[in-house]
Write a protein that binds this ligand. Sequence first.
Ligand SMILES: [Zn+2]
Length: 376
Amino acid sequence: MRVCQVCALKEDHPGVTLGDDGVCSLCRLGLVGELLENFSYTDQVHEEFTRSGPNPNGPYDCLFMYSGGKDSTFMLDKFVNEYGKRVLAYTFDVPFESTHAADNIALAREKIPATFVLDSDDDNIKLVMREVFKKPVTKPGKYLDEKLPCASCRTFFVIRAIIYAFQHRIPYIALCADPQQILTMESDTREVVRGFYQTFGSQLTDTVFRSEAEKVLFADDEELPKIVFPFIAMRYQYDPDRIVADLKAKGLYNSSPLETHCTLFPLLNYYSFKHWNCMFYKLNAASHRRSVRRNKNYDRSTFSITFPRAADLPAIEERMKHAVLDIAEERGDPAEHRSALMEIFRELGATDDAARFVTEGFLGMRTVATDLGITL
Ligand SMILES: [Zn+2]
């Protein structure tokens, strides 16, 4: 198996091709056209949003997708307290989310003067996740295919938010994807909905959103909310460590980034290892490696998860793969899996507590799958 000389992506990584010189299409900026197009649209919408006055059609200038994570807490505080926007903080209660996020949401409700709305739809989001894990994969695959379960969950609740904003005539939706995540997201409202139809078909789409998704699909342009990505607009200043420090100083954040996470994280890794022979965060790790290669003094990440410089990522990935597939397929000794995973997460820079928390999640992977109706 050949790997990219720069970023170490494997030659069979979905959507990536490796040249004869051993450099991959991402390192060669094969995606640069698409990327720039996305950036210029998001820059334009962001500027239009910052210049816009109060929404004449209702009490809110924007629906802010608030997860309780560090990025969205940081931005919610800015939107309300610095930009003076009238914000509806919309939280979709993802049934797979750890309670740590809920603690942060409680802190924000006390300290940030916005209207907070909590939405949920456990049955339908679980139905969508079951479909994803059942769907056969097609090789060689497209860019980001290894992240399909994660992207589908997010798309589900982004569409819920789009429908909410559409019904309440809120013109903007703020989404705190980090600069890395923008590559995984569609920025045009109608295209988000169309993409869901394309992935899951009209029967499932109409089941989970009833007739509401269809209304968005056929609405006039002026009626549709636009998605604002504030972190993309400020991409050169994005600095996760500074964000956490700022939030802690304001009493708005309690946990470490690794702890605010999804209980499906082990299953997401299972999916990417099983179908695409890579860890879930492989693209993030590759992007980090690319940056370090380009600039030896590079010392911050442009995405949420950081990778310590000293960590031997290809080796870590291989060890993680064995642990994940063994646990999923009930092989080996759980005590050995536990110590192997603890070691891996420590090497990735987690504190002992965080490493233990994540490790226990991986060991419980089969229970989570069974509860959700997913067969491993
Ligand atoms: Zn590469």
